[in-house]
Design a protein around this ligand. Sequence first.
Ligand code: ATP
Ligand code: MG
Length: 250
Amino acid sequence: MIPKSHPRYLSLMKRERVIEFFDRGILAKAGLIAHGRGEAFDYILGEKTNDFAVKAIKAAASLLLLAEKPVISVNGNTIALAFDEVIELAKLLNCPIEVNLFYKTEDRIRAIKKFFEENRDKIKDIEINFGGDMEIPNLDSNRRFVSEYFYNSDVVLVPLEDGDRAEALVKMGKKVITIDLNPLSRTARTSTITIVDEITRAMPLLVKYIKEFKNKNKEELKEIIDSYDNKKTLEEALRFMSNRLAKLKL
Ligand code: ATP
Ligand code: MG
């Protein structure tokens, strides 16, 4: 048990969760490493949600509300850390969830299906796909196989995406929203909207703004999107990180 008073309580709890989902066979070994890289960037960000992330979250909420065929694409890490929020978003947007794994094995699919089965009350009425026969062009990995719905979607929310796939999705003409603690990653730089924040902080905020923005009209939402500049947001994130490092003293 990690005591709540531990100065790194939240971070350690997230590690425990990631390890638990690895042990259950839901998260891949490489997912553990990816989480560690994220932690390092979060340390530099001060482990809090910054202005540039809130701006991106508001633009993402607007884009998702205006989408005709939105979809949420999840991997093992996202299921481990933000399952409840993914479900809430799918309900709010009335959209399907697509499980897309970098290291796709029968065992992992089985472990994820078992987890969904244990949570069947939470996910009833939600469509969950495990991919399909449609292929994302310009992508070699097995992650190119998607459902027909995903193939035809216009806005994809992919927390924790890989650079190759983000690029291929944008090339298909999709609007891609990602959550990535590293503003320098290919995913961050190629996506339409990049939320530079930790997934467990960003997802509840995205849910909050979607609920709030449901009352806005189309023009207001469009204005939020039009005034959003992803390159600027990433530059702000980088500037924040470098300023913080420059100011830190031992
Ligand atoms: P890219 O494929 O986009 O070039 P990469 O190969 O460096 O990036 P990946 O291994 O694909 O990175 O994914 C790991 C990245 O995921 C980390 O660098 C981090 O930014 C992000 N990440 C990991 N865990 C979290 C988390 N909990 N919240 C937000 N982002 C995270
Ligand atoms: Mg990658």
